[in-house]
Design a protein around this ligand. Structure first.
Ligand code: NAD
Length: 402
């Protein structure tokens, strides 16, 4: 068969441990035999990040800014243990943090729903996408461990000279302090990214903060979303979709009763926490797709999970593992579909759709990796396979469909 040719490059960011092994298997078995891809390759594996003093991570982010579409494998964010394990020069920052910081995007995470694994929340019929604001708040905080009695103040010194001071607390004894911030520009692009995603996918947007308590900080998020929505209101009406604002505690209660099929826009911390809740209620982290979309229209597709460290150690001992490659595969199909759309290559879009359907059918036919077998109810013909067997079953269904 003739391979489908894409016109422009996809930026590939390789990663670590078990996901690096699966990544190659996915490419060799399910992608390269069918697609003629131009790859702009960056090795974000920990050894190469160390060798380049992490310069490779920023190079990769710049390449995404140029080519618009990237796909990223899971990578180690080193802590003290990892510095020792891999004999690193230092504990580098999270590559995802670096890439997000450079592209200033919003991360959208959507569970992959399959018949054989009903969500733990019975009312959920359609996937809930979480949009996590990827800038600021507690992730760019400044903290002080207060040693003893004293006064804490919040001070802003404007570059025009004016100074504003607010008292935070009078400490009678030791305690803790934290300063956080966000910017109108970042909140605005977050709001826009959410409204655009909703239009693309035909889903409602729910957004929530705690503006009853945090009247200025969270209140500003609410205001900016309302201001930005004005530019989208008409298109939302045409599509029959809605924007809905409420309090974070109210939205959590409502989500548990909803059918799904909506975009839940979350502040940075809420998104961090709630995306794992949604993923776990829908099965496993390996059944969660993730895409970073920047205001300039750059897309980075990845899996929501980490490097699956424990499986890797078993792999190194020569054991076969039943690691789930779904999210890694869907990262690639996401990137290929987007590249196909941007380059106007409908065959590539069709290939991505077909490959995703083949993967979903494999699971619906009862062929499962260990993590899925553990969370699905018993059914006749349930078959647990290792990663090789799982990919081979997908390939079989892909070839039939093609
Ligand atoms: P992890 O996601 O690798 O594993 C968490 C748990 O989920 C483990 O029990 C694992 O067995 C299971 N799991 C995850 N993906 C699976 C899959 N595809 N198939 C079967 N089971 C799966 O997270 P962790 O153990 O906390 O972290 C391991 C490494 O990954 C760390 O070094 C961390 O820095 C890195 N990490 C990277 C990213 C990223 O690059 N986006 C995200 C999270 C963690």
């Amino acid at each position: 068969v003739e391979r489908i040719r894409l016109r422009n490059p996809i930026v590939e960011m390789d990663g670590d441990e078990m996901t690096r092994i699966l990544w190659k298997m996915v490419k060799d078995e399910l992608l390269f035999p069918y697609l003629d891809l131009t790859i702009d390759y960056y090795d974000l594996g920990i050894e190469h990040r160390d060798a380049t003093d992490d310069a490779v991570t920023l190079d990769a982010a710049r390449a995404v800014a140029t080519h618009k579409v990237g796909v990223k494998c899971a990578t180690i964010t080193p802590n003290a243990e990892r510095v020792k394990e891999y004999n690193l020069k230092r504990a580098y920052k999270s590559p995802n943090g670096t890439i997000r910081g450079y592209l200033d995007g919003t991360v959208f995470r959507t569970p992959i729903l399959v018949e054989k694994i009903p969500p733990a929340v019975r009312s959920w019929k359609k996937p809930i996408t979480i949009a996590r604001h990827a800038y600021g708040d507690v992730y760019r905080n400044s903290e002080i461990r207060v040693p003893g009695p004293g006064t804490a103040e919040l001070v802003f010194r404007s570059s025009t000279g004016a100074t504003e001071v607010r008292k935070i607390a009078d400490f009678q004894g030791p305690g803790i302090l934290q300063g956080i911030h966000n910017t109108d520009a970042s909140i605005r692009s977050f709001a826009r990214a959410c409204f655009l995603f909703a239009l693309d996918h035909g889903v409602d947007v729910w957004f929530a903060t705690k503006d009853t308590i945090s009247k200025t900080y969270d209140g500003r998020f609410k205001e900016i979303f309302e201001e930005e929505f004005a530019a989208y209101r008409e298109r939302f009406e045409e599509k029959g979709i809605h924007y809905f604002y409420t309090l974070i505690d109210d939205v959590v209660a409502r989500i548990m009763k909803s059918e799904g099929g909506l975009l839940w826009a979350c502040k940075n911390y809420d998104g961090d926490v709630m995306s794992d809740m949604v993923a776990s209620a829908c099965g496993s982290l390996a059944m969660m797709t993730s895409v970073l979309i920047s205001p300039q229209g750059c897309y980075v597709y990845e899996a929501a999970h980490g490097t699956v460290q424990r499986h890797y150690y078993r792999y190194l001992k020569g054991e076969k593992t039943s690691t789930n490659p779904m999210a890694l595969l869907f990262a690639w199909t996401g990137a290929i579909r987007k590249r196909g759309e941007l380059d106007d290559v409908p065959d590539a879009v069709r290939f991505a759709d077909t490959l995703e359907r083949a993967a979903l059918r494999t699971i619906d036919d009862g062929i499962l990796t260990g993590d899925l077998a553990a969370i699905s109810p018993p059914f006749p013909g349930k078959q647990i396979v290792d990663s090789d067997g799982f990919l081979a079953a997908i390939k079989e269904r892909l070839d039939q469909a093609l």
